[in-house]
Ligand binder design. Structure first.
Ligand code: MRU
Length: 355
């Protein structure tokens, strides 16, 4: 990740976020000094992308702890005082499981500090958030190293939404595969879907790849199937918001049609995600909660209404791609191959046996 930009950083007791709503036109940051400001930043998409909102939520828990710790008492008292903030952070967005995963991890740390003075428990939560942050960067770099193996020497990779450094604490998942391949000496061109309606591909993926000097071509989402049919794409790599135990994968709306088109035209379709995105408590993708966002994202373009008054709108923000359509999941522990139900179970057993 070049030093010229960052997604999020912890500095001076505050969480600093690059304001992704204003990219690519304005590069400015938002400083969150309270847990409630972190909740708002996640809900308003100042920060977005499954791993990035998980890391941000962990810092949100730390901010809540720092705000409540000066009152006397134990870690247990602190947990009670923080409970509203913790609940709000966990519920800030529903689909990406990294959010609940990070908050759960912080709550386990807090529980372990129940008998400590509140100030020590708060310090432990700051350390936990920093650890989650550092581990996310390390996981993305490992995804990049493993993922380089699926990229031919000269490759055109199609991606959807933004699963890059902007969607993680740095380096990215799908774009981590791209960066890993470039670092391994491959010649990579990226085709980025614009990603209606929020335009993460046009605004964010194109921006961060240009910043890194990686060739990127932007297309309308509806052009993807034609390019796949013409043989212009070697592989599709996308990120994930939640992966069920059988490998069914929720990602940005429009991912599933891309997988259908890739299968039809014999182009391998890969998912890249850290294990923190896997929800082993859900048997399959039908159980993944799908966020429905506001109608204005569909009714308006840059504040100008483009549809008649009174028309009904549906705006699901994510869809689920069945495991059977996925050639592999690139994770920090390696590339998981079908049958994904088995390889996911083995991956978690391996992690458990190492810890
Ligand atoms: O609504 P967003 O922008 O948070 O959706 C993000 C995505 O769908 C990403 O592809 C996913 O979170 C993977 S990020 C590494």
């Amino acid at each position: 990740m070049p030093a010229s930009w960052f997604t999020l950083r912890w500095e001076g007791g505050a969480l600093h976020l690059l304001d992704q709503r204003r990219l690519p036109l304005v590069e400015t940051e938002v400083a969150c000094r309270t847990a409630r400001q972190v909740v708002e930043a996640i809900q308003e998409m100042v920060v977005r992308g499954a791993p990035a909102i998980g890391v941000s939520a962990a810092y949100g828990v730390a901010l809540s702890a720092l705000a409540h710790a000066p009152l006397s008492g134990s870690g247990e008292d602190l947990a009670r005082r923080m409970s509203d903030d913790v609940r709000a952070l966990r519920l800030a967005r529903p689909t990406a499981v990294n959010l609940a995963w990070a908050v759960d991890r912080c709550e386990r740390t807090l529980a372990a500090e129940a008998a400590s003075p509140a100030s020590l428990a708060a310090a432990a939560l700051v350390r936990e958030a920093v650890a989650i942050h550092d581990e996310d960067v390390a996981a993305c770099r490992a995804i990049g190293r493993h993922g380089a193996g699926i990229v031919p020497q000269r490759a055109t990779i199609l991606t959807h939404c933004n699963a890059g450094g902007l969607a993680t604490a740095g380096y990215g998942t799908a774009l981590g595969v791209v960066r890993g391949a470039v670092e391994a000496g491959r010649e990579v061109n990226v085709i980025a879907d614009e990603t209606r309606p929020f335009l993460q591909g046009a605004r964010l993926t194109a921006w961060e790849l240009q910043k890194d000097g990686i060739p990127v071509t932007l297309i309308a989402d509806v052009a993807a199937a034609s390019l796949l049919r013409r043989g212009d794409v070697d592989l599709v790599v996308v990120g994930a918001d939640r992966i069920a135990a059988n490998g069914d994968t929720a990602n940005k709306i429009g991912t599933y049609p891309l997988a259908l088109a890739a299968r039809e035209h014999g182009v391998p379709f890969y998912v890249a995600a850290p294990l923190s995105t896997v929800d082993m408590t859900l048997a399959n993708g039908s159980m993944i909660p799908i966020e429905e966002r506001g109608a204005d994202e569909i009714l308006q373009l840059f504040g100008t209404r483009v549809a008649p008054e009174g028309v009904g709108v549906r705006n699901p923000a994510f869809d689920v791609t069945p495991a059977a359509m996925i050639a592999g999941i690139v994770t920090e522990v390696g590339i998981l191959r079908p049958p994904l139900e088995v390889s996911l179970r083995d991956a978690f057993r391996g992690v458990a046996s190492r810890s």
